[in-house]
Structures are given as C-alpha cells and as structure tokens.
Design a protein around this ligand. Structure first.
Ligand code: HEM
Ligand SMILES: [Cu+2]
Length: 651
C-alpha cells in the first residue's frame, strides 16, 4: 500500500451484482499452482496458518503420546534418555512455537479484515512472507529431529547444558537458528497487525467499537514486537558462543553468565505465554456472547484487562527463576507482580460468567468449548497463582505440578478456545456447518480426557515426581497416577482426532451454512460464507459494536445506524480505505498490491541464509544474502499501476 490516491473521493453506493463481478475480476487469485504460491489473500494465508499449525499440533501430540507410554509405569524402557530428551523438547517447542502462536495468527489473519470491514490486511505481501517463513522455520526445526539431532535441552534451552562443551551435536544450533528465523515471521506478522489496526478499520469503527479479538491480537502483537528481540538476541549470542568462540554464557572460566540466558529467555518467554492466550481469550469474548444471546458484559473492562495483562506481563518473568538464588528483594517484587496479574484475569472471568448468567445460553458445541475454557482457565490460574508464591514455588518447581499448570493454561486457554473457534467460524471459512452431534462427542471426549489425564499431574507433582525424567523407580508411589495420566492423554488425543475428522467430513458434506448461521452481531457475518476475495462489495459503515444486532438491542431512536451493505465503492483496481487510528474517519484510498512471488522468494532466500549459518558455509550465506537483498529491491520497486494490473482505472 505504498501508492495512494489523494485526489479522488470514492462514491457511495450499495451492493450491486455488476460491481461484485468487477471486484471479483480485480481481486481473485490466479488459478493453479502459480496463484497458490503467489497469493496474498489474507483468508488463504489465514487458513494455511491454521492447517499448518494443526499439522504441528498432531506431531507434538504424537510425541507426547510416545513419551506418555514410556512413563505409564515405572522402569519402562521404550525410550532411552537421549530419545526422551529430544521428544519432550520437540513437544514443548512444537506446541508453544509452532502450534499455539501460529494457530492464533491464522484465526486473526483470516478474521481481522472481516471483523474490521476491510478488504485485506494493511500489508498483504508481508502477510504472505510471515506465513512462508513460519513454514520454513518449522521444517528447519523438524529437519533436525528427522536426522536424529532434534533440540534436546527443554524448550527453554538452559545453558550451560546448551553450550558446546555439554551438547556437542548440531541439536542446539538447529534450535538457535530456527528460533531466530521463526522470530522474523512473528515480528513481521505482528507489525502487520498493528498497522492494520491503526489504518484499516471501516469508517466509524472507533477503537471502542472493535471486537475483543482485535484487542487480544493487537496487544499480543505489541508484546511480540518488544519481546522477540530478547529471545532472538539470546539465541544469536548462544550460536556465537557455540560457533565463534564468544563467552556470553560460558560460566566455566569464560566470564559469561548462565543467568543472562535465563533473563533474556524469560523476558521474552513470559510475555509470549500471554501472546498465545490473549487472542484466544478474545475469540471467547466475541464468540461466547453470541451463544448467550446478549452482548459481552463489561466490554471496556475486558478490553482494558487485556491490555493490562500484557503490560504487567512484562514485569513477572523472574517467577520462572525463583529457585536460582536471586536476592530476596527481587523475589518479593516479582512474586507480588505475579500475584497482581491475577486481577485482570479475574476481570475477564467475571465478565464471561456474568455474560452466561444474564444471557439465555444455547448449548451448542462452540458454547461448550468456550464455557469450559472458563473453568480450565480458573484451574490453571489458581495453580499459577500458587507457584507465583516463592515458598510454594520452591517446593513445586520442576515437578509435575508445573506440567499440570502449563497444560491447564495452554490447553485450557488455547486448545479449547481454538476448538470452539473452529466450530464457530468453520461455516464462515467453508460455507458449511460442522456436525453438531459429533461436535458434542468431540467436546466431551476432549474435556473428560483432558481432566482425567492432566489433573492427576497435580498430585504426582505434590508427591515429588520431577518433570523431564525419562523413567522413575518402582515404589515411589507414582505408578497409578501415571497410568491414569497416560490413559487420559489417549482419550484427549482421540477427542482431537474427532475434531479433525469432523472438519474433513463436513468440508464436503456439512449442511449449507448461509451468511450468518449463528445470528451473530459482527461484520464477518455480513458477507457471504465463504467470503469473496474482496470481502465486502462496498465498505461498510459502522456505528456500534454490534452492527448486525442494532435493530434488536435497545437504542435511542435518533441513534445513527451501521450500514453493513452500503458505503464506499472502491473499484479502481485493488483498493482499500485508510482510516485514522482513533475514530476511523476515512482519509485516504490505499492501493493494495496484487499477488506476488516476492514473499516466497524472499522467504526461501532468508531460510538459505540460516542453512548456510548452520553448515558454516559462508559462500551460501553470502549468496543467499545477495538474493535476499535483490528480492527486497524488487519487492520495493515502485509500481506505477500497483494493484491495477488486472483492471486499469477507467477514468
Ligand atoms: C495429547 C496432548 C498432550 C500430552 C499427553 C502432553 C504431555 C506432556 C508431558 C507429560 C509433559 C512433561 C514432559 C516431561 O517433563 O518429561 C509435557 C511437557 C510440555 N507440554 Fe505437553 N502434552 C500435550 C499437549 C500439549 C499442548 C497442546 C501444549 C501447548 C499448547 C503443550 C505444552 C507443553 C510444554 C510447553 C511442555 C514443557 C516441555 C519442557 O519441559 O521443555 N503440551 N507435555
Ligand atoms: Cu511466566
């Protein structure tokens, strides 16, 4: 969107079939493999993110099931210690970095422009780039595992165990470089969300009218922009320690500091765990009210709580380091901060409960997933609150209690809302409904399996079972608990398979959905299912938080109404409307880029740089850097008719 049209004022109109046909020509992606590789359509990119993230969820899940078999009873020898290390590290890394974050990027990518009444994200080519780099980083990390050198030091990769002296293979080099590569993807994605928030909202959608999902992804993106440099730096320094002979983390006489790693990692790591839950909470905040047949209770409080969580989230990282011998003053400070952060979370919990309590709930599958999230989040919150207290944490750190906590938080706040979101938005994505009966089976299997598998981990943790052990001796009293955990894990996994089965089945044979099957209030439901490539025939005008519920929510008769189907007509090539950051008053016509191979080529070239660094093949690094630079030039080359390649302006 580099070129803009300052001179023209767009006309105002309603949805006309000829206009729709013209827009279709302007916006549609070329058929075939060429279109597939060059598309910048946010819906296509969003779905790719979701599908890829689910592929990683399955990989991470299978890894977990394998090591759960190993742990199901004492003294089992299905896996040796080295295999166990790689499996649990791959599992944590996959789930946190390749599933939980990207799956939410997928939903946000798909939904943001539709929720905002926009034609696309602000920076469509950057959007394609962030997907490709994510995919290549995932493949890069899994290539390590495939050749037997997967990361093996836990997802937080502590030194000195990650140093060359104790970890001689390429395992950690793969992890370090893969994470820096992935960081590029996350960063450009985050920048895109922030710019889209500020410039692409439909006329009239002032910041107090955006859905909570927008707040969730926006705060997560802001956090990522600040947090990712810390982890990329940490991994870069580690890579230098391992390959160039620096001593940043070398404690054995090198003058380095192991604590430096922990600080840098957790300064990133804790904000990241909020980044992978806040958008999910946003999906619940927007989805749950639809099934309660009323607006969310406490919109402003929830929006502010989202922002507050993220801000406070930058001040609690040391709770991961309570056992490292830090001075008491920092323990007290970070313990207090960790406990205070429960306040905004509680605001959310009360708002969701009040929405159910004062609404008329309809017990559909999405409702079940969204509502159960509140319970699981509360359990995960309470165990987090417990470990936020220093003396309790000293007792529980590195036990299965922590494993229980992270899964209640991550499965409870990410997987359950995501499953609900799939049931809720699948009709928008595909034009078909998911099977409701199978949906209920799906929900109850996941819910029962999850609690059966993961609740007992609290107890095995309290009984002293350490995390990250490949086996344990007979007579510790942990056998039965572990057997139950393993059984529950398999039941939970069967539930996830039901979800996938439902999707595969319904994509072809689900009931036809129509534009707004749930009778929901926000703009994505104002367009067809699935939406056309241009999203909206005319750009909607918005006057409230619930454009599609206005005639039934009590409002003053003189109040201005939203117009989901009438507004600005933009049809001189690929155009979008730019609005100002606070009140969303239109101020510019933006020319949007067309499909392009540049993101793919750029992503391949950048990945090649990292492969070069891994092999210490400097010629490859140099060559790939030149290609990257050349692609950047091509990408930024001013195009006179940017976005108008298919249908030039007619006046
Ligand atoms: C079938 C589903 C799952 C099962 C059975 C499972 C099981 C486990 C177990 C037993 C551990 C502890 C390993 C050890 O310390 O020895 C673990 C670690 C972990 N899991 Fe899961 N998990 C599942 C799904 C998930 C999901 C969906 C996420 C995140 C979204 C996740 C995130 C993690 C993380 C971050 C760790 C810590 C890894 C480390 O210690 O470095 N898990 N999982
Ligand atoms: Cu934390």
């Amino acid at each position: 969107m580099t070129i803009s049209d300052y001179t023209r004022a767009p006309s105002v109109g309603t949805e006309q079939p000829e206009l729709a046909a013209r827009l279709q020509k302007i916006w549609e992606t070329a058929p075939g493999i060429g279109g597939w590789l060059s598309t910048v359509d946010h819906k296509e990119i969003g779905l790719r993110y979701i599908v890829t993230a689910f592929a990683f969820l399955i990989l991470g899940g299978v890894e977990a099931l394998v090591f759960r078999l190993q742990l199901s009873w004492s003294d089992r020898h299905l896996l040796n210690p080295e295999q166990y290390d790689q499996l649990f590290t791959m599992h944590g890394m996959t789930m946190i970095f390749l599933y939980a974050g990207p799956v939410l990027s997928g939903f946000s990518n798909y939904l943001w422009p539709l929720l905002l009444g926009a034609r696309d994200m602000a920076l469509p080519r950057l959007n394609a780039l962030s997907y490709w780099i994510y995919l290549f980083a995932g493949i890069f990390l899994y290539a390590a595992f495939a050749i037997g050198f997967g990361p093996n030091d836990g997802w937080f990769n502590y030194v000195p165990l990650a140093a060359r002296a104790y970890n001689g293979g390429p395992n950690i080099d793969f992890y370090a470089l893969g994470m820096i590569l992935l960081g590029i993807s996350t960063t450009v994605g985050a920048v895109n969300f922030v710019v889209t928030f500020m410039r692409m909202r439909a006329p009239g959608m002032s910041i107090n009218r955006v859905p909570i999902l927008i707040w969730g992804t926006l705060t997560a993106s802001m956090a990522n922009i600040f947090a990712i440099p810390a982890v990329s730096l940490a991994f870069f320094l580690l890579w230098m320690d391992r390959n160039v002979g620096t001593h940043f983390f070398d404690t054995a006489g090198g003058g380095g500091s192991a604590m430096l790693w922990q600080h840098l990692f957790w300064m990133f790591g804790h904000p990241w765990v909020y980044a992978i839950v806040l958008p999910a909470m946003g999906m619940v905040s927007d989805g749950l009210p639809v099934f309660c047949r009323r607006p969310l209770v406490g919109y402003s409080a929830v929006a502010l709580a989202t922002v507050a969580t993220m801000v406070l989230g930058f001040g609690v990282w040391v709770h991961h380091m309570f056992a490292t011998g830090l001075p008491n003053i920092s323990l007290s400070f970070f313990s207090a901060a960790s406990i205070i952060i429960a306040v905004p979370s509680a605001v959310g919990v009360f708002a969701w409960l009040a929405t159910i309590w004062t609404g008329r709930p309809v017990f559909t599958t999405p409702f079940l997933f969204f509502a159960s999230f509140i319970l699981l989040f509360t359990i995960g919150g309470v165990s987090g609150f417990m470990t936020g207290s220093v003396p309790v944490d000293w007792q529980l750190t590195d036990t299965y209690f922590v494993v229980a906590h992270i899964h209640y938080v991550l499965i409870g706040i990410n997987v359950f809302p995501v499953a609900g979101a799939i049931y809720f938005w699948f009709p928008k994505f595909t034009g078909r409904m998911l099977d409701e009966r199978l949906g209920r089976w799906n929900f109850w299997t996941m819910f029962v399996g999850f609690n059966l598998g993961f609740f007992p981990m609290h107890i095995s943790g309290l009984l002293g079972m350490p995390r990250r052990v490949y086996t344990y001796a007979e007579g510790m009293g942990w056998d039965w608990l572990n057997l139950i955990t393993t059984l529950g894990s398999f039941v939970f996994a069967a539930g996830v398979l039901m979800l996938i089965w439902n999707v595969l089945k319904s994509v072809r044979s689900g009931a036809i959905a129509g534009d707004n099957p749930w009778d929901a209030p926000t703009l994505e439901w104002a367009t067809s299912s699935p939406p056309p490539p241009y999203n909206f025939v005319v750009i909607p005008t918005v006057q409230s938080r619930h454009p599609l519920w206005e005639d039934r929510l009590a409002s003053r008769p003189d109040e201005a109404r939203s117009h989901p189907h009438a507004g600005l007509v933009l049809e001189h090539g690929r155009e979008a409307i730019g609005t100002d950051p606070l009140d969303a008053q239109p101020d510019i016509i933006l020319k949007m880029p067309g499909d392009s191979y540049a993101p793919l080529v750029f992503a391949i070239a950048v990945t090649a740089i990292f492969i070069g660094l891994l092999l210490l093949a400097w010629w490859l690094v140099a060559l790939a850097a030149v290609v990257t630079a050349a692609t950047t030039v091509g990408w930024l080359w001013p195009e006179r008719n940017l976005g108008e390649t298919r249908e030039p302006a007619r006046d």
